[in-house]
Design a binder for this molecule. Structure first.
Ligand code: NAD
Length: 317
């Protein structure tokens, strides 16, 4: 049972998610499931699609500027397994872009950063959040394992006391674990307890408080398992279907066999994770274990990133 620092549990009513990709959209949907009003922001596109051009739109048109987050919202209404408990909950999510709607972050009680896994981009986004957020607002990153401490360097003490990682797993509605990763000696104990309480009580998750190590706990174990499976696939000439049959339901993982999971996660994202552990680990044995598999490199170079690109190990149906 969590300790209540400031009296009884107060649910979060307004949140914001920055980045409307695989995870940002899924997290926004699950926050809406939990009854929150959610602002979902992505970047404003700099060029038009052929369809937008044919409609005579310019890059200044709101439907173009909000296109990425709006498209994510449309996808989540149709996606299977459904990220929303009820299709009507999509109305709780307001799509926008980081330039035009940045000021609205002042209304959020919790801001979740879920942009690409690049430290420089995440640091820039946090700087922009700091400029508008109200003091006391919780800010978390969904990084798969970049240094949480490094991300908030340069931000104010007050910001850093309210900053941590909340690492959701894919898909966020269904995966029960959230790793909460505070920065040792910096993140306030009250902020950690509040995040734990919100994740457990409002979002229905199990929380593990993890250390700020490369890729935290679950990802190191899970990613290593994926690398070993890939190695065995090549070594024994298994098909992807055979490997999934062996690592799926037969092992008590009905929906998340290795290569189905990899397509869902994104092959580029997996390479980022592998690189991050290898480059940041102080352990020689671990650095060897997290070498880049040539097959993954080839697939990413060919643009086969998984479901988000229309196919990876499996073709998108
Ligand atoms: P993604 O590539 O699907 O989406 C990233 C989104 O960020 C895109 O929509 C992009 O337009 C947007 N973006 C890029 N720069 C931006 C900026 N400056 N401001 C606003 N938006 C910006 O990536 P993803 O898989 O959703 O991953 C997001 C984060 O979640 C990463 O840190 C990743 O490591 C982490 N994560 C991913 C998974 C997974 O299974 N894919 C699981 C857990 C955590």
């Amino acid at each position: 049972m969590a300790k209540w620092v400031n009296g009884p549990f107060r649910p979060i009513r307004r949140a914001a998610v920055i980045g409307s990709g695989v995870m940002g959209a899924g997290i926004a949907a699950h926050l809406a499931n939990a009854g929150m009003e959610v602002l979902l922001l992505d970047v404003a596109p700099q060029s038009l699609t052929p369809e937008e051009e044919a409609r005579g739109l310019t890059t200044a048109a709101p439907q173009v500027r909000n296109r990425l987050a709006a498209a994510a919202l449309e996808r989540m209404k149709k996606a299977q397994p459904a990220p929303l408990y009820e299709p009507a909950y999509a109305e709780r999510i307001k799509p926008g872009n980081l330039d035009d709607h940045l000021h609205l972050l002042a209304e959020a009680e919790w801001i979740v950063e879920a942009v690409v896994e690049r430290l420089d981009v995440k640091r820039q986004v946090l700087e922009r959040i700091e400029a508008v957020r109200r003091p006391g607002t919780l800010v978390t990153t969904n990084t798969s394992g970049l240094p949480v401490a490094g991300m908030s360097e340069g931000r104010s003490e007050e910001f850093r006391r309210h900053f941590a990682a909340t690492h959701f797993f894919n898909p966020p509605r269904y995966m029960k674990l959230v790793e909460v990763v505070p920065v040792e000696g910096v993140t306030a104990a009250a902020a950690v307890e509040r995040l734990r309480a919100v994740c457990e009580r409002q979002l229905g998750k199990g929380v593990v408080i993890a250390k700020d190590t490369p890729n935290f706990i679950a990802n190191r174990i899970g990613t290593y398992g994926m690398l070993v499976t890939l190695e065995q696939l090549e070594r024994f000439g298994l098909t992807v279907e055979e490997a999934d049959a062996l690592t799926g339901p037969a092992m008590g993982r009905p929906k998340t066999a290795t290569f189905r999971m990899l397509d869902l996660v994104g092959l580029d994202t997996l390479l980022h994770v592998v690189d991050n552990v290898r480059e940041r680990s102080g352990d020689e044995k671990e650095r060897k274990r997290f070498a880049r598999p040539a097959m993954l490199e080839r697939m990413v170079a060919d643009g086969r990133l998984g479901e988000k690109s229309g196919g990876g190990f499996y073709r998108k149906v």
